[in-house]
Design a protein around this ligand. Structure first.
Ligand code: IPE
Ligand code: IPE
Ligand code: MG
Ligand code: MG
Length: 418
């Protein structure tokens, strides 16, 4: 768990290469009421500085990484032109439960198991877990796990899902839920899945502990699967979550953030887990490495498309529609795809963002600029491009109702922003 608080800024390791938050050293950031301190020693003596920013009575820290974007995502914005015109096929699409109908029975069993595997050791953690599991959620990641499991099981002649497939789906949803609990603490969000968030109900301490507990519990179940490749895959995902949250926290209100960095962050926060869900499912079906790789790429492209759509919806939907606060990404300085595209067009936007919306009405003005200068449309194009790539990754699968549902999932996601 990445814990960013004003009183005790900790990253748990020194190798992340952080520099001070820039309250005073970065001229283009105007931050009021800053104080500085020294980060407590970590890993036996290596000190890093910390800076504390207090904005609008909310304690907040910003740290900056000096690392450059990783090479593995290089070229993510390039590639051959789409082979499928998705927009033409979006006329009548099923609902999410229609899509998952072919694995409805698997999802039903998963829902029953989830509550029990969270563990009954601590009643408070149990209640916290119940709050978020009981609030619903689309169960998209386990559904994708089941769909790929069944689509690939057909290839290797498996008659049914194995217990490893099922346990993987449970682990994945547990990790997702843990990441949401922590994400809501970091984003200071009070609503999730239409209900109060865990930290809103039980306080930040319980929310951090409940998230940690779920990460730990999922690791235990993961280890018991006794498949080293999957253990490495999922461990990387848990690390990626922290990296994604760190990246986001360290670039708030930073208008220098470019599309590649945004995609890397989105990979860490979202696509990594979805890619691991689909790849892990293929591994447990025992299919060839090239199919396993295509399933990873499918999950990654779908995950990126999904996060871009989520970021667009933050601008276009109400809190009621979202089941969580709307419009808060920009207000909190999280500059997502629509903003990054708009910044390329409209220089005035930079000044407004860098003033951290200190003037009344400036947030609304920024949103207006983003909408008027085509930021949303370009983000939609990006989401479409990633969805097209995801669908292309499915070409290696034989025709089946499961493959069809996987294709429709990519299109359904786009339907949300039509
Ligand atoms: C929310 O994921 C977090 C993002 C990656 C944007 P979901 O939209 O899948 O959340 P639930 O599980 O349905 O609530
Ligand atoms: C995705 O990012 C969250 C995680 C995968 C942890 P967001 O911060 O955009 O998710 P929402 O909008 O809060 O659901
Ligand atoms: Mg969030
Ligand atoms: Mg969001």
């Amino acid at each position: 768990m990445l814990s960013i608080t004003c009183n005790s800024l900790e990253f748990g390791r020194t190798s992340l290469d952080f520099v001070a938050c820039g309250c005073s050293s970065n001229d283009h950031f105007s931050v009021r009421n800053c104080s500085k301190g020294v980060l407590r020693n970590v890993d036996g003596g290596c000190k890093a500085r910390k800076s504390l920013c207090h904005r609008r009575e909310i304690g907040r820290c910003r740290v900056f990484s000096t690392k450059t974007p990783e090479a593995f995502l290089n070229g993510i914005t390039t590639g051959p032109p789409p082979v499928i015109e998705l927009t033409k096929e979006l006329i009548k699409l099923p609902t999410v439960s229609d899509l998952f109908e072919v694995v409805a029975h698997d999802l039903h069993t998963l829902n029953k198991n989830l509550q029990s595997i969270v563990g009954a050791e601590n009643p408070v953690l149990m209640s916290a877990a119940e709050q978020i599991f009981g609030a619903g959620g689309k169960r998209m990641r386990p559904a994708l796990t089941f769909l790929v499991s069944r689509a690939t099981a057909e290839i290797s002649g498996l008659k049914d899902l194995t217990k490893e497939h099922r346990r993987l789906a449970e682990i994945i949803e547990m990790i997702h839920t843990a990441s949401l609990i922590h994400d809501d603490v970091l984003d200071e969000s009070d609503m999730r899945r239409g209900k109060k968030t865990v930290h809103q109900l039980y306080g930040t301490r319980i929310a951090v502990l409940a998230g940690d507990f779920m990460f730990a519990q999922s690791s235990w179940y993961l280890a018991n699967l006794e498949n080293l490749e999957v253990i490495k895959l999922i461990s990387q995902v848990i690390k990626d979550f922290a990296s994604g949250e760190i990246k986001q926290a360290s670039s708030l209100f930073d208008c220098g953030v470019d599309l590649d960095e945004y995609l890397i962050k989105s990979h860490y926060k979202t696509a990594s887990l979805i890619a691991a869900s689909t790849k892990g499912a293929a591994i447990f079906s025992g299919v060839d490495a090239d199919i396993v790789e295509q399933m990873y790429q499918y999950g990654k492209n779908l995950g990126l498309s999904f996060q871009v759509v989520d970021d667009i919806l933050d601008f276009t939907q109400s809190a009621e529609q979202l089941g969580k606060p709307a419009g808060s990404d920009l207000a909190k300085g999280n500059l997502t795809a629509p903003v990054i595209f708009a910044l390329e067009k409209e220089t005035k936007l930079r000044d407004i963002i860098e003033s951290e919306f200190s003037e009344t009405g400036s947030l609304e003005e920024a949103i207006d600029i983003i909408k008027k200068c085509g930021g949303i449309e370009r983000a939609q194009d990006l989401a479409r491009k990633k969805a097209v790539e995801a669908v292309r990754n499915l070409q290696c699968l034989p025709s089946s109702s499961f493959k069809l549902a996987l294709e429709q999932m990519a299109k359904f996601n786009l339907e949300r922003i039509k």
